[in-house]
Write a protein that binds this ligand. Structure first.
Ligand SMILES: N[C@@H](CCC(=O)N[C@@H](CS)C(=O)NCC(=O)O)C(=O)O
Length: 207
């Protein structure tokens, strides 16, 4: 199984974390999006990362890939089967993609991608405005959703993967959740990103 995409991407990180949690062996090709690699281009019709090649079976999109991995390697389960839990897990997966990502990308581009990878000055005012104006409602909501160790029920799931992955990109953008203001969220982010599956996926970006 080949996973395409640099794990600086929160979406690629989701796939690596799921495979690590399940103990599935894979080869990682950390290409950037729209890479020239012909194998990647065949697997990703849009040029976006991540994409997968499982012995000739090609699939793109982190959510599609996580559902495929879950069906092929059911243990430990990352997608709940109980109706309400499955609904909420799907909601949080989508929330990461459609609500958190469009906001986190602003400080991530200005504070990390531009200065570190593109050798340009970032627009700090743009980053700070996003943090001050767009983040608080999202963080208020998430803090209110955390009851125990996990976002959904009593088990680690796709919900934790999809939301926590966004907070690593925020760390790269020098943004940490203020424990005084969002205590449950701050503790959950720290504990989730400390899991061995996340630590290995994060370390993969440094290779
Ligand atoms: N919904 C997709 C999003 C994938 C995505 O947008 N990846 C970004 C990198 S973080 C990308 O490849 N962007 C290139 C582009 O938008 O053309 C998923 O979950 O895989």
């Amino acid at each position: 199984m080949i996973v395409y995409g640099t794990s600086v991407s929160p979406f690629v990180r989701k796939v690596l974390v799921a495979l690590n949690e399940k103990g599935v062996a894979f080869e990682h090709k950390p290409v950037p999006f729209h890479a020239d690699d012909l194998g990647f281009q065949a697997a990703s019709p849009t040029g976006k990362i991540p994409a997968l090649d499982d012995d000739g079976f090609l699939l793109a999109d982190s959510t599609a890939i996580l559902h495929y991995i879950e069906a092929k390697h059911p243990e430990p389960a990352l997608i709940p089967t109980e109706a309400k839990a499955r609904g909420r897990a799907t909601w949080f997966d989508k929330y990461g993609d459609t609500e958190l990502f469009p906001v986190l990308i602003i400080p991530f581009v200005e504070r990390f991608l531009k200065p570190r990878l593109m050798k340009q000055d970032g627009d700090e005012a743009r980053a700070q405005t996003a943090i001050d104006e767009k983040f608080p409602p999202l963080l208020d909501y998430l803090d209110g959703q955390i009851q125990g160790d996990y976002l959904v029920g009593n088990a680690f799931s796709i919900a934790d993967i999809a939301v926590a992955t966004c907070f690593h990109n925020l760390r790269l953008a020098k943004f940490e959740v203020e424990a005084g203001r969002w205590p449950k969220l701050a503790a959950w982010v720290a504990k989730t990103l400390d899991r061995p599956s996340f630590a290995a996926a994060i370390a993969a970006a440094k290779n």
